[in-house]
Unconditional design. Structure first.
Length: 266
């Protein structure tokens, strides 16, 4: 539990784990955004290389100088497995069996400890956004499910950071990497959500809402789409037949098809 008081507008600099544990009270934070190291331009290494230098088959680029499996990672892993919530303990044990002791596992242990603390400090109405890349996003989502609960997952947002391109000139035998990932979780179902709106551009209005109603309001023509994929409503859709070839088909909202009148849609 935090033991040190802080004043408003305090800026902390350094490792956030001891700061969270010593200074930040339970359920006191509205919003968390994480942008942890995952794609440094300074030094690359293979996360699935063990500490003896042996390379695994999976060649994943990430930091060489940030995450290593050592005494600190071992102690933190033991803490999570021994004293963590059952779901967290279980996922840490399972991941170590699959990934083993290497940079990737050290990275996930360090992230899990911090995510546990961030979950603690979030208000019930709070939200968390984790910025990562496909190197570890699949593991991080499993960890977030164990910490926050799978029902609190809201979105995986694709953050396009580059136009489509090929990395072949850089010697890569794969498709170009053009996106990062934002994982959006909430503390509970009673979370704060403020929709953001911007005005349509005139170009969009002119292209999408080309038609004018008699009262001057613009509208667009589109197909009838169910509210949910697969269709969740059942109803009869009746139409009036056209009396002339240049007329549109019309919806029959008054069941005129049952007692048609000449000159009205027939």
């Amino acid at each position: 539990m935090p033991t040190k008081p802080i004043s408003q507008n305090t800026l902390f600099y350094g490792d956030n784990l001891p700061i969270l544990r010593e200074y930040i009270a339970d359920e006191s934070v509205d919003l968390v955004y994480l942008d942890p190291p995952f794609n440094s331009n300074r030094s690359y290494n293979v996360l699935f290389r063990d500490e003896k230098g042996r390379e695994a088959d999976a060649q994943v680029e990430a930091f060489e100088d940030t995450w290593h499996w050592g005494e600190e990672a071992e102690d933190l892993w033991n803490e999570l497995v021994t004293h963590g919530a059952p779901n967290v303990s279980a996922i840490m044990g399972a991941l170590r069996q699959v990934i083993h002791e290497n940079q990737m596992m050290a990275y996930l242990v360090m992230m899990t400890a911090r995510l546990v603390e961030l979950h603690r400090v979030l208000k019930p109405t709070g939200s968390l956004y984790l910025h990562c890349d496909p190197t570890a996003s699949h593991y991080l989502k499993i960890i977030l499910d164990s910490v926050f609960g799978p029902k609190t997952f809201r979105n995986e947002v694709s953050w396009k950071r580059s136009s489509a391109h090929s990395d072949t000139r850089q010697g890569m035998e794969r498709y170009g990497r053009v996106r990062d990932v934002l994982l959006f979780y909430t503390k509970s179902s009673d979370y704060t959500w403020n929709p953001q709106y911007t005005a349509y551009t005139q170009d969009y209005i002119d292209s999408e809402y080309r038609h004018l109603a008699p009262d001057g309001r613009r509208y667009k023509e589109t197909d009838v789409t169910a509210a949910k994929p697969g269709g969740d409503t059942e109803y009869d859709w009746q139409v009036k037949r056209r009396s002339r070839s240049d007329e549109k088909w019309q919806s029959d909202l008054e069941n005129e098809f049952r007692s048609p009148k000449r000159g009205v849609g027939i």
